[in-house]
Each structure stands twice: as C-alpha cells, then as structure tokens.
Design a protein around this ligand. Structure first.
Ligand SMILES: [Zn+2]
Length: 286
C-alpha cells in the first residue's frame, strides 16, 4: 500500500486489533493526506483481499466516487466547523454501516472546530462507540482543543516536496496560465507606463489570492534563476525563467518580491502595491 509511513502504522494497529477510535493527524499536505486516508480506509474495510486500486468491490468503488454513506468528511463551513455539521454526522452514524466494517468520519481543519461544535464532537471521542473510527486532520496539533486532543492518538504525517504545484496547490494548467501573464509582465516592466503595467495583471486576474499566487510564482522564478546561477540543481516545473545574471541584483529583487507578498497579506491596496513594485524593480535596473 503506497501511503505515508505513519499511516501504515494505523493499518498495522488494525491488523493487530489495536486500532484507536480516534486519531489526530498533523500534516503539511491535507489533500495528499486525505487521499492516503481513503486508501487506508479501503484497506481496512475492503471485503476482498485489498490490493492497490481494488476495482472488484462495491465499497472501494463507492469510496473512489466519494459516495460511501459510512465515510463522512467534514470541512469548515465558512470560517468554522458548525455544530449543525456535527449533529448531522451523529444522526448518520446512528445506523450500522452496510458496506463497511466501520462508520468513519474525517474532520478536515480540525483547528476550526468552535466551542459548540467541539462540544458536540466530544461525545464521539469521550464515549467511543464500537464501530466508529475518527480522524481529525490539522496543520497544527498544538491548537486543537485539549479535551479532544487528549482522547486521540496523535500522529504527524509529513510530505516532502520541492514541487511548485504542491507548494502553491495549483494545477499544471493554472501554473501555465500564470506564467504566461508573468512573462508578459516582467518583459515589459521597464518599458511601459505604471497604468499599463498594472493592467497587464489586473485585466487577467483580480482576486487577492490569485495575485498572491502570481507573485509567489514570480518569487520562484527569480529564486530558480538565482540557484541556477550558483550552479545548484533545483527541480521545478517552471517553463519561464527570468534572465538576470547578476546575483546581487537577484537578491534585491527577491527582497522586493518578499516585501510585496508581506504587504499583500496586510491588506494594502493592490494597485498601490503594484505601482510600488514596478518602481522598485526599475530602480534596481538603474
Ligand atoms: Zn475493495
């Protein structure tokens, strides 16, 4: 089974009949972890002798389609996980599962449980019912409400990646679109007026989050360039690399990009930031 090695321990516990009723898992890559958890849940519940990509049984097919009634994944509704979401979960799990051995719940962003939803959740972890298995997923186990944390087995599942797609959580196609905008933008940065400069970006994207991603990619492009100059291998799927041979300049440029991203996170007006960025970049070129 190809899953994170710490999750394999859970499978081992299952085989030894030592499965905990709830796990708290800290991870740096929640979407990868969720995929791994589904694999684990298939392996635990599959009525056939589970093999990678079991296509034989109804259960594995239902999990693949996110359609297994006894597997419920809860994500924050807005900024928090609401009490109602937990109440619904409880009602769903009053009946024994049909296709699987366990009723399984997965709470994504478990740090977003608020006072009342955490309270509603406590019953599951305080008085564990036979046949219910729970996973609390978080990026920081230290901020999980202690009453829940203390009743879970705590694991850390770290995924290593140098891949920009993983790092920024975007698809290859999205990266490609961003790079097309960036290429046009950086090539013209010295030559056209501030207004036209902004427009190169703002005519294509306007969400703060998208602009953040765009500038994170710009950072990666300059950083990649820098590493290439100092002759280090650095694996990336960037197709566009900004040509600048002078490392001192690149370091200054990296500082400007970092400052831009910092200001962006402080909610500074985007148009002002874009103007400032262009002016500072031009100053470096002299
Ligand atoms: Zn199966």
């Amino acid at each position: 089974m190809v899953v994170n090695s710490n999750l394999l321990n859970i499978y081992k516990q299952y085989r030894e009949k030592k499965l905990a009723h709830a796990y708290l898992i800290e991870t740096n890559n929640p979407s990868k972890l969720l995929e791994d958890l589904k694999t684990l849940i298939k392996a635990i519940n599959c009525p056939e002798e589970y093999q990678e990509k079991c296509l034989n049984c109804n259960l594995c097919n239902l999990i693949n389609k996110n359609n297994l009634p006894s597997l419920i994944t809860i994500e924050p509704d807005g900024t928090s996980i609401k009490k109602g979401q937990i109440e619904d979960l409880k009602i769903s799990f009053e009946t024994k599962p049909i296709y699987s051995k366990y009723n399984t719940y997965i709470i994504m962003n478990a740090e977003k449980l608020n006072g009342s939803s955490a309270n509603a959740m406590l019953k599951f972890v305080e008085e564990p019912t036979e046949g219910i298995l729970g996973f609390f997923i978080t990026n920081n186990k230290d901020v999980i409400i202690p009453t829940i944390k203390s009743r879970c087995q705590v694991l850390v599942a770290t995924y290593e990646s140098n891949n920009i797609l993983d790092k920024l959580n975007i698809t290859a196609e999205e990266l490609n679109n961003y790079q097309t905008i960036i290429k046009d933008y950086l090539n013209k940065i010295k030559d056209i007026s501030l207004i036209n400069n902004k427009e190169l970006i703002l005519s294509k994207i306007s969400e703060r989050k998208e602009i953040e991603t765009l500038f994170k990619i710009i950072f990666e492009i300059f950083y990649h360039n820098f590493l290439r100059n100092i002759k280090k291998d650095y694996e990336q799927n960037l197709t566009y690399v900004y040509k600048e041979e002078n490392n001192n300049k690149i370091i200054k440029q990296l500082n400007i990009i970092t400052k831009f991203l910092q200001d962006l996170s402080y909610n500074v007006n985007i148009e002002l930031l874009l103007d400032k960025f262009v002016i500072e970049m031009r100053n470096i070129h002299g």
